[in-house]
Ligand binder design. Structure first.
Ligand code: ATP
Length: 219
């Protein structure tokens, strides 16, 4: 059996965390034989609308969701930082913690790959970590000339081509992504519908006990 090695980083607003996030995180951890996958809720999002729910609730729901799943960790490092939650700062912090030789995997969706050039210091991300892109079957690669040449410069075809390096490679992986979104869950809750089985039961309990998402905007 191959020994698990490497740390994954899967960021998001997690407002709330749902089975799409959790299944993807677990599948990536298993496919890349990571020792640990960190789910990192953001504080202030640089690229999209701000979360509607307070950070401590989003973190508590994530903690409840991963409790009992060894190797999935709710990491609050972006919540402890002031200012925008830039991935480059998160990777620098984790890299300093794990040292220079352990593989670090920044896990993103195919949609995010297209927006990568808008990320703060985007070209330095791959100096600190491998970038792993989770795509649905039949994905489309970004079409800009800049992204095409960046992809061609870094892309490898399989785990064996990247796990011996600590950083620097791009891997596109086909996963069966579940068609669930936090937006859909917030809307269902705001209109009084059940979200059972779309979020783990402990998350549902937390939502109910704290009266979250009962209206379109929540504290
Ligand atoms: P919202 O609907 O509020 O935009 P979301 O469901 O997209 O939220 P985020 O917390 O913004 O969730 O996403 C965190 C990460 O999880 C992103 O990389 C996003 O691409 C990914 N993601 C979101 N939904 C799914 C899903 N159903 N399957 C796999 N990955 C997902």
């Amino acid at each position: 059996m191959t020994q698990s090695r490497g740390t994954g980083v899967f960021g998001g607003t997690f407002d709330p965390v749902h089975i799409g996030h959790l299944r993807t995180a677990l599948e990536l951890k298993s496919r890349l034989q990571m020792s640990c996958m960190r789910l990192v809720p953001c504080s202030i999002t640089p690229h999209r609308a701000q979360p509607v729910t307070a950070a401590h609730h989003r973190l508590a729901m994530l903690q409840a969701a991963v409790a009992g799943e060894p190797g999935l960790v709710a990491d609050d490092l972006e919540l402890k930082r002031s200012g925008p939650s830039y991935s480059i700062d998160t990777l620098r912090k984790i890299r300093a913690e794990i040292g220079d030789t352990e593989p670090l995997y920044l896990c993103i969706g195919m949609d995010s790959l297209g927006t990568l050039p808008e990320w703060h210091c985007w070209q330095q991300l791959i100096d600190l970590a491998h970038i792993v892109v989770a795509g649905r079957p039949g994905w489309q690669l970004p079409s800009s000339a800049q992204m095409r040449s960046w992809i061609a410069a870094h892309r490898v075809r399989g785990l064996e081509d990247l796990c011996q390096f600590a950083a620097g490679k791009l891997l596109l992986l086909e996963l069966t992504l579940l068609p669930v979104s936090s937006t859909q869950i917030r809307a269902a809750l705001a209109s009084g519908q059940s979200v059972r089985y779309l979020v783990p039961d402990p998350v549902l309990r937390y939502v109910e006990e704290n009266g979250l998402y009962a209206s379109a905007g929540t504290a």
